[in-house]
Design a protein around this ligand. Structure first.
Ligand SMILES: CC(C)(COP(=O)(O)OP(=O)(O)OC[C@H]1O[C@@H](n2cnc3c(N)ncnc32)[C@H](O)[C@@H]1OP(=O)(O)O)[C@@H](O)C(=O)NCCC(=O)NCCS
Length: 159
């Protein structure tokens, strides 16, 4: 499995967009429309990553996404971060996070923020270990229940 830089969502095939919709639905319970996925404003940079099996024949199934986007001033936002269940817990998330962190640090961002479901304590732990803290509650952001906005400092890349 490898994280590759993703292209513009507007150029994705219908099948690739469906992979992303299925990932969100299966791993977070959130249902996104094709148009909302296609119009996510994600630049082509090392904070736009897709997880694929390099041994699979083309077209490869998207088995994880990390979509980071400039938010304001020196704050970058993680618009989506999800990995198929069978590939979770194998350090792929850590790898994407570190690659993202390095890219956005080099581009001058110093803070990261994101939204997470209140019930998703696993992801919150992942973010807390990386220095993010819950800033406020989000009501009405998720279809199902409460969310949190988390924010924290980015760290200087190690290499
Ligand atoms: C959150 C998510 C992206 C993390 O990716 P991942 O590849 O599973 O994460 P990693 O394997 O790199 O690391 C997970 C952490 O759990 C630990 N871990 C790994 N395997 C584990 C296991 N079997 N049981 C418990 N903990 C485990 C790791 O040590 C790591 O700890 P760390 O945070 O101190 O580094 C992924 O689990 C996911 O897609 N979850 C569902 C969707 C979701 O919640 N997305 C976030 C929405 S805001």
């Amino acid at each position: 499995m490898a994280w590759l830089q993703g292209g513009s969502l507007l150029d994705y095939t219908d099948e690739a967009v469906q992979d992303v919709i299925d990932l969100f639905l299966n791993e977070t319970g959130e249902r996104y429309a094709e148009a909302s996925v296609r119009h996510l404003p994600i630049p082509i940079w090392d904070a736009n990553l897709v997880l694929v099996d390099l041994e699979q024949d083309l077209p490869r199934t998207i088995q994880g996404v990390f979509f980071g986007t400039p938010f304001k001033e020196n704050i970058v936002r993680v618009a989506a971060f999800v990995i198929a269940a069978k590939h979770q817990g194998n350090d792929h998330g850590t790898e994407a996070w570190n690659r993202f962190n390095k890219e956005v640090w080099m581009k001058g961002f110093r803070q990261v923020q994101l939204e997470v479901k209140a019930e998703n304590t696993g992801a919150q732990r992942f973010y807390q270990r990386r220095g993010l803290t819950i800033q406020n509650e989000l009501n009405g952001y998720y279809q199902s229940g409460l969310g949190y906005m988390m924010r924290g400092p980015l760290s200087p890349p190690k290499d």
